[in-house]
Design a protein around this ligand. Structure first.
Ligand code: URA
Length: 426
């Protein structure tokens, strides 16, 4: 490809000019190959942060990121495929019951997932709480598991949008993460490269989400839906509440336990509602709008797929989950309606207890986390046990309690967001 001068590309974006498709393809390729250095890419990312990108620029930018690696071909499976992505939240374990549920309804689910960073958990960290379970599945085993079980949740290999790995690491240290075009291209390059026919996006909004404000979350959702459809993937987004955490548990083993409750036909109402809403969207996108996922939860088919999916990756679905060395109870501060249970504060508390990591290389504790036994809108009585903090290291409890200052409100005038705020289509 013809070469450009990185300085010209940076200056053009800095001054508000559009970049040509050739310039965009060149800069992404040259950065991935190492011939454009981090300092120049940092300047370009900052210029994009302030100037944004047009829809045409963003489509080319995203395609260049996809083309930096391999776009998987799932057509040999001979059945429809659907995938889901959540922008991340506290207590968001939905992938765990959702993937086997959709597979039980006849649509294969190739779910390449990540690890947690900061206050939101990672799907792979949660599943690794199951004794024996392995996140790494090589290419042949991946396709075989999709064919035989119908669902795989595993780590993405290095061939999936490698440009994003470098760009995301750079954005993380240059203050350029919070940019809608950069977030949308990062997420969608990986999701489109996964090769599913249909994609459902769960875009979180509220204190525990990446985007705190519903208008920004809607814009991110619209941008991602546009990119998915432009790449030939049927894409729908739900904008969902993350002002309070999902379910009754945030952490690793505690979220696996809650997911198993949902698969057994129980579990918290919000987790069940969102799992079913996303499953319906995935099934409709994959051409099965007539299948009722609630039936597959009720009759145990989703649980059967879960057990096979866990076993296929070395896990023992019957093994007891790790227990914490220490538990600490936090009581309700007053009697009345629980009107605030702040998602961000709970996420930070779970993280400080050991459930999450501050740096990519840090280990996580399988047993650490927080559970709570009342949700927003429910009555609580002063002094009743409300939260339970779980940790392997009692010295962590104090800092977790610091994070929870002001997180619990009874009879405040907080108005909780509805669970599903919006549905965004092309
Ligand atoms: N998740 C991603 O994969 N990329 C982003 O930019 C933000 C969240």
């Amino acid at each position: 490809m013809a070469g450009f001068d990185a300085i010209d590309v940076i200056r053009a974006k800095r001054d508000g000019a559009g970049l040509s498709p050739e310039q965009i393809r060149w800069v992404i390729d040259a950065y991935t190959a190492g011939s454009v250095p981090d300092e120049q890419m940092s300047a370009l990312l900052m210029a994009v942060f302030f100037r944004g990108m047009s829809a045409d620029e963003l489509a080319v930018w995203t395609q260049a990121m996809i083309d930096s690696g391999e776009r998987k071909d799932l057509s040999p499976l001979g059945r429809p495929t659907a995938d889901k992505h959540s922008t991340g939240g506290v207590g968001d374990k939905i992938t765990l019951p959702l993937a086997p549920l959709v597979a039980a309804c006849g649509v294969a689910v190739p779910q390449l997932s990540g690890r947690g960073l900061g206050h939101t958990g990672g799907t792979l960290d949660k599943l690794e709480a199951i004794p024996g379970w392995r996140a790494d599945v090589h290419e042949e085993a991946y396709l075989a598991q999709l064919r035989e079980v119908g669902a795989v949740i595993c780590a993405a290999g290095n061939d999936l949008a490698p440009a994003d790995k470098k760009l995301y690491a750079l954005r993380d240290v240059t203050g350029t993460v919070e940019s809608i075009p950069l977030i949308a291209s990062s997420i969608m390059s990986k999701k489109i490269a996964e090769g599913a026919d249909a994609l459902v996006l769960d875009v979180k909004t509220g204190s525990g989400a990446f985007m705190k404000d519903p208008a920004a979350s809607r814009e991110l959702a619209r941008t991602m839906v546009g990119l998915g459809e432009a790449a030939g993937v049927r894409t729908v987004a739900l904008v969902t509440a993350m002002d309070r955490p999902l379910g009754r548990a945030a952490g690793n083993a505690v979220e696996v336990a809650e997911s198993v409750e949902v698969l057994a036909g129980g579990g918290p109402a919000d987790v069940v509602e969102l799992t079913l809403a996303l499953a319906r969207e995935m099934l409709a996108g994959a051409g099965r709008p007539d299948v009722d996922p609630a039936e597959a939860l009720r009759d145990g088919r989703a649980m059967d797929v879960w057990r096979r999916m866990i076993a296929a990756q070395g896990g023992d679905p019957d093994a007891p989950l790790p227990q914490p060395a220490e538990k600490h109870v936090v009581t309700a501060p007053a009697t009345g309606t629980l009107t605030r249970l702040d998602a961000y504060a709970l996420g930070v508390a779970a993280w400080r207890l050991g459930a999450g990591r501050a740096r990519k290389e840090d280990p996580v504790s399988a047993a650490a986390g927080v559970t709570w036994n009342a949700g927003v809108g429910q009555q609580v009585t002063e002094g009743q046990p409300l939260l339970e903090l779980h940790t392997d290291d009692p010295s962590r409890i104090e800092r977790a309690l610091d994070a929870l200052h002001g997180a619990i409100g009874v009879d405040t005038d907080d108005v909780p967001l509805p669970l599903v705020l919006d549905r965004i289509t092309a």
